[in-house]
Ligand binder design. Structure first.
Ligand SMILES: C[S@@+](CC[C@H](N)C(=O)[O-])C[C@H]1O[C@@H](n2cnc3c(N)ncnc32)[C@H](O)[C@@H]1O
Length: 386
């Protein structure tokens, strides 16, 4: 398949609860026919737009290009369906590949079996057509193929991203319980962060929220530090177009007139954040400091947009309820005129903040159910406590 400026249908995968913000991101990039689905958003665009989406989006985990749908009730039909796809149009036998399968059907025993059978069909296809066979590489494949079998319907897609898009390329060190970069970007969008004031993460860990906040405030594409995408190994890859797409996205980068403050009480976390901020090239926007949130005053007297994920007992060893009470007291005493957003998987402890959220969103942090809650801390918010 050579470069085409015709529109193609793509699927951008995301986390639970992020469908509408991903749809908004896609709209602002210029996607057509956007449709929100379950944990994904369908859209149309040309090949260049697919490059742009991979490079720029904050809330997408991967971008799939569907290439076939089949009715499949047994393994022979599965094999024949996969073998009937004109794979040579998409990539050559010299490439390594891997198959990711999602199985939502009792027709097959497990998704590994599905992947195995599909692999045989692809290898046989290339051997018959070209006398060469592509190799499977499950750790770092050049081509990723995505299978989804729901009841009797098999959907086959090429994964244009490759490794998940949360792998931005700036995080070389992580602290305990780091937040996924796509989760961080989604939380920031849900909190309506767009660079409108100073930003503060008082418990920054490895600095993910602060870095994603800076990328968004400066309109820097989230993939700016990533060097590899699967679409680069497709036959259709147009290196010149890719350079143009990056250049045009980078031309939209803007200055951010405020400061992003990232703070943690653990010296190791501060060091990690500093290193990641430097990797991301954002030292001019992000101030990192070691401080205990409960024992220090805000980093500035001006209003702050605060977003943080406090520790919780399951992953970090703290006694949650008194800790969350102290967060609430600190916010009430020192952060009037600011807005605070907390994400936590300790839903019980969140209730002990003693503040009334104006917004609550159900999310998942890994497998754990989590809540993102927003609080407006007016000078009068002491009155709002229960
Ligand atoms: C769940 S982690 C944050 C993870 C972070 N969002 C990331 O992406 O890496 C919670 C962090 O809160 C920090 N912390 C705990 N108590 C604190 C306090 N009183 N003041 C400042 N930081 C604190 C811990 O050191 C830890 O790094």
């Amino acid at each position: 398949m050579k470069h085409s400026d015709q529109n193609t249908r793509f699927l951008a995968k995301t986390f639970y609860g992020f469908e509408s913000i991903l749809a908004k991101e896609l709209k602002s990039l210029g996607a057509k026919n956007i449709k929100e689905l379950n944990r994904m958003v369908a859209f149309e665009g040309d090949l260049g737009f697919m490059y742009k989406a991979n490079f720029s989006l904050g809330c997408a985990l991967r971008i799939l290009m569907p290439i076939g749908t089949f009715r499949v009730t047994n393994q022979e039909q599965l094999y024949d369906a996969i073998k009937s796809i004109p794979w040579q149009q998409y990539f050559s036998a010299e490439k390594t590949f891997a198959i990711d399968s999602g199985l939502f059907s009792d027709r097959f025993s497990n998704s590994l079996f599905l992947s195995q059978k599909a692999k045989d069909a692809i290898v046989d296809y290339f051997r018959e057509k070209t006398r060469k066979r592509p190799s499977v590489d499950t750790s770092d494949p050049q081509i990723r193929i995505n299978l989804h079998l729901s009841n009797d319907t098999l959907s086959v897609a090429l994964d244009s991203s490759g490794a998940s898009l949360h792998q931005r390329g700036y995080k070389t060190v992580t602290n305990i319980a780091p937040i996924n970069e796509v989760l961080a970007a989604g939380i920031l969008h849900l909190s309506d962060w767009h660079g409108q004031c100073n930003f503060f993460d008082p418990m920054c860990g490895s600095g993910t929220l602060a870095i994603e906040a800076a990328l968004m405030a400066c309109k820097i594409p989230h993939g700016i530090h990533r060097t590899s995408y699967s679409f680069m190994h497709w036959d259709s890859f147009d290196a010149e177009l890719w350079e143009k797409i990056k250049e045009s996205a980078l031309n939209k980068v803007k200055e951010f007139p405020f400061t992003i403050y990232a703070q943690d009480k653990a010296p190791s976390a501060v060091r990690k954040t500093e290193e990641n901020v430097e990797n991301a090239g954002l030292s001019e926007y992000i101030q990192v400091q070691r401080a205990d949130f409960f024992k220090t005053l805000p980093p500035t007297a001006s209003p702050l947009h605060m977003v943080f994920n406090p520790p919780y007992g399951e992953r970090l060893d703290i006694d949650d309820i008194p800790f969350y009470k102290e967060i609430g007291n600190t916010l009430k005493q020192h952060y009037s005129n600011s807005e605070a957003w907390l994400i936590s998987s300790n839903l019980e402890a969140l209730k002990h903040l003693g503040l009334k959220p104006f917004k609550k969103v159900k999310l998942y942090n890994g497998k754990l159910e989590a809540k993102l809650q927003g609080y407006r801390l007016y000078s009068g918010s002491l009155k709002e406590t229960h």
